[in-house]
Design a protein around this ligand. Structure first.
Ligand code: BG6
Length: 479
C-alpha cells in the first residue's frame, strides 16, 4: 500500500474515539496500514500532540478489540499522531495545516497522498472541502481522497447542492461516501454467500415469492434528539442503509458476470424501483412513532417525552414499505422493508421466501447483525421453533466464510486507503435513492399518511403486519 497521510477532521469527537481510532489500530496491528503513515487530528480545542496521543490511547483502551493495546505496539502506533487546532472557517488554519502535513511528509518520507476524513456534522462538509481545495492542501502530486459519512443531504435538492460543491474540490472518483452497512461482513460477502447457498436454478428462475429486509433496534433516540427529530427513520436508515441492503441483495439475481458488473447494476436496480406517487404512498408505506412500553422488561418513555423532542413531534421512528423492482427477475416479487427504533429486539436480517405448494415454506435467512450467518429453514408459521430449527439457529455460521468480528470501519478505511470504491455509496445511487424517497417525504410533510403510535418493545404498528397480510405474507421471526 502506498504511503499516505490521514487528515482527520473532528479528531476529538465521538465517532473518532469509538470507531476510527480502534479501526486504524486494528489495521496497524494486522500490518494493513502503509509502512510510512502519518495521522493529523484536527479539532477546535487547543491540545498538545502528547495530550492528543493520550486521548487516542484512552479510546483504544476503551474501545479497541485488539489484545495489543497497552503495549509497545500501541506506542509505535501513537507516534504517527499529531494534533492541529483548526477553525473550519479560517483559511489561515488550513495554510498552517498544510505546512504541518508537508513537514511530516518530509520527516517520514511519505508520498503526498492525502486522505481527508470528515468526521464532523454534514453542515461543515462544503466549507471544509472548499477550504481544502483553496488552501492547496488538495493539490499535491499524490492522490487525494475525501471520506464523508451520511447524511448526504436532507432531501434530493440539498443532496444535489452538496454534491455540486464537493465536486468543485474533488472528483467523484475521489469521494468516498461511507454507508457503514456496506462495511458489514455479511453485506460484503452477500454475493459469495448467496452463490454457494442457492442453486443455479434459484439464481436463474423466478421462484422467490417475497423478500423481507428488517433492521430493527431496541435503542430509542438516545442523545441525538437534535439530529434525529429532523431525520426520522426514513432519512436516518431507509434512504441509505435499507436501500443499500436492497441493492446488494437484488443485484445477485441473476448472478452478475463480475464484481464490477454487480456494482454497475446497483443504480439500475434503484432506477427500476416502481415510483411512488405521494397520493398513493399510504398504500405502500406505514409510518410509526414509538409510544411508551417495555424494553427487556424495563419501562421506557414515549418518543414525544424524550429530552429535546417536541411534545407534538410528528417525526417517524418506524417505517415499513412494500417495494417492487420492475426488472425481468424481480417483477412480481414484493420486497418488504422495515426499520424502527424501540422495537422488541436488535436484528438486521433478510428473509427470502420461496414459492411452495404445501403449508411448509422454504426460507433462506441472512442474519447481518448482531448475529451473523446464512441458512435455510422450512417453516409453517411464526409459532414456537421446533427443536430442529433451534439447533439450526444456534449455529448460524453454517455457511459463513471467514467472518471474524471485523468492524465495518476497519474494512472501509482499509478500502479507502487502497482506493477500492466498491463498498462505498456512489453519487448516482445516492441521488436515485433520494429521488425515490422524495414522494414519501412529501406525503409525510403534507400529512397524507397517518402516523401510528406503537408500543415500545413491539414489532411496530399493526398496520405494518397488515401491509404483508394483504398479499398473503407475514413478517418472519417476530416473537
Ligand atoms: C446509524 C443510524 O446510521 O445506524 C442510527 O444513524 C442507527 O440511528 C444505526 O442506530 C444502526 O446501525 P447498526 O450497525 O447498529 O445496525
Amino acid at each position: 500500500m502506498e504511503s499516505a497521510t490521514f487528515v482527520l477532521f473532528g479528531a476529538t469527537g465521538d465517532l473518532a474515539k469509538r470507531k476510527i481510532y480502534p479501526a486504524l489500530f486494528q489495521l496497524f496491528v494486522e500490518q494493513q496500514l502503509p509502512s510510512s503513515f502519518s495521522v493529523i487530528g484536527l479539532g477546535r480545542r487547543e491540545l498538545s500532540h502528547e495530550a492528543f496521543q493520550s486521548n487516542v490511547a484512552q479510546s483504544l483502551l476503551t474501545f479497541s478489540r485488539s489484545e495489543m493495546k497497552d503495549s509497545v505496539v500501541m506506542e509505535q502506533f501513537l507516534n504517527a499522531f499529531r494534533y492541529h487546532v483548526l477553525d473550519v472557517n479560517r483559511r489561515e488554519d488550513y495554510t498552517k495545516l498544510l505546512s504541518l502535513v508537508e513537514d511530516r511528509e518530509v520527516e517520514l518520507n511519505i508520498t503526498p497522498n492525502r486522505m481527508f476524513y470528515l468526521s464532523v456534522g454534514p453542515e461543515f462538509f462544503e466549507t471544509i472541502a472548499t477550504n481544502i481545495h483553496e488552501s492547496g492542501l488538495g493539490s499535491a502530486r499524490g492522490w487525494k481522497r475525501l471520506v464523508i459519512e451520511k447524511p448526504f443531504g436532507h432531501n434530493l435538492e440539498s443532496a444535489r447542492q452538496l454534491n455540486q460543491t464537493l465536486n468543485q474540490a474533488f472528483e467523484e472518483s475521489e469521494i468516498y461516501r461511507i454507508d457503514h452497512y456496506l462495511g458489514k461482513p455479511m453485506v460484503q460477502q452477500m454475493g459469495q454467500l448467496l452463490q454457494s447457498a442457492l442453486t443455479e436454478h434459484d439464481l436463474r428462475t423466478r421462484t422467490i415469492a417475497s423478500v423481507q429486509i428488517s433492521a430493527i433496534e431496541t435503542l430509542g433516540v438516545e442523545e441525538r434528539a437534535g439530529y434525529y427529530d429532523h431525520a426520522g427513520a426514513l432519512r436516518d436508515m431507509f434512504q441509505n442503509h435499507m436501500l443499500q441492503l436492497l441493492m446488494m441483495l437484488t443485484i445477485e439475481f441473476p448472478k452478475p458476470s463480475s464484481a464490477a458488473e454487480g456494482v454497475k447494476r446497483k443504480s439500475q436496480i434503484i432506477k427500476s424501483l416502481m415510483p411512488l406517487n405521494k397520493r398513493k404512498v399510504s398504500q405502500h408505506v406505514v409510518r410509526g412513532q414509538y409510544g411508551a412500553g417495555m424494553i427487556k422488561e424495563k419501562p421506557v418513555i414515549r418518543y414525544t417525552d424524550e429530552a429535546g423532542i417536541a411534545s407534538d413531534s410528528q417525526n417517524d421512528t418506524f417505517i415499513a414499505a412494500r417495494l417492487q423492482v420492475d426488472d425481468s427477475f424481480w417483477k412480481n416479487t414484493p420486497i418488504y422493508i422495515r426499520t424502527g427504533k424501540r422495537l422488541k429486539e436488535k436484528a438486521t436480517r433478510i428473509v427470502i421466501e420461496f414459492k411452495s405448494e404445501g403449508p411448509l415454506k422454504d426460507l433462506l435467512i441472512i442474519e447481518i447483525g448482531p448475529q451473523e450467518g446464512i441458512y435455510y429453514l422450512k417453516r409453517q408459521s411464526n409459532h414456537e421453533l421446533s427443536e430442529d430449527e433451534t439447533s439450526l439457529r444456534s449455529q448460524p455460521n453454517l455457511m459463513n466464510k471467514g467472518v471474524d468480528g471485523k468492524d465495518a470501519y476497519e474494512t472501509l478505511i482499509h478500502d479507502a486507503l487502497l482506493g477500492n470504491k466498491a463498498y462505498f455509496a456512489h453519487w448516482n445511487e445516492v441521488e436515485l435513492s433520494w429521488e425515490w424517497v422524495q414522494p414519501i417525504m412529501d406525503a409525510y410533510q403534507e400529512n397524507l399518511i397517518p402516523l401510528h403510535v406503537y408500543p415500545a418493545g413491539s414489532y411496530g404498528p399493526q398496520e405494518a403486519s397488515d401491509l404483508l397480510e394483504r398479499d398473503g405474507f407475514h413478517w418472519w421471526f417476530d416473537k
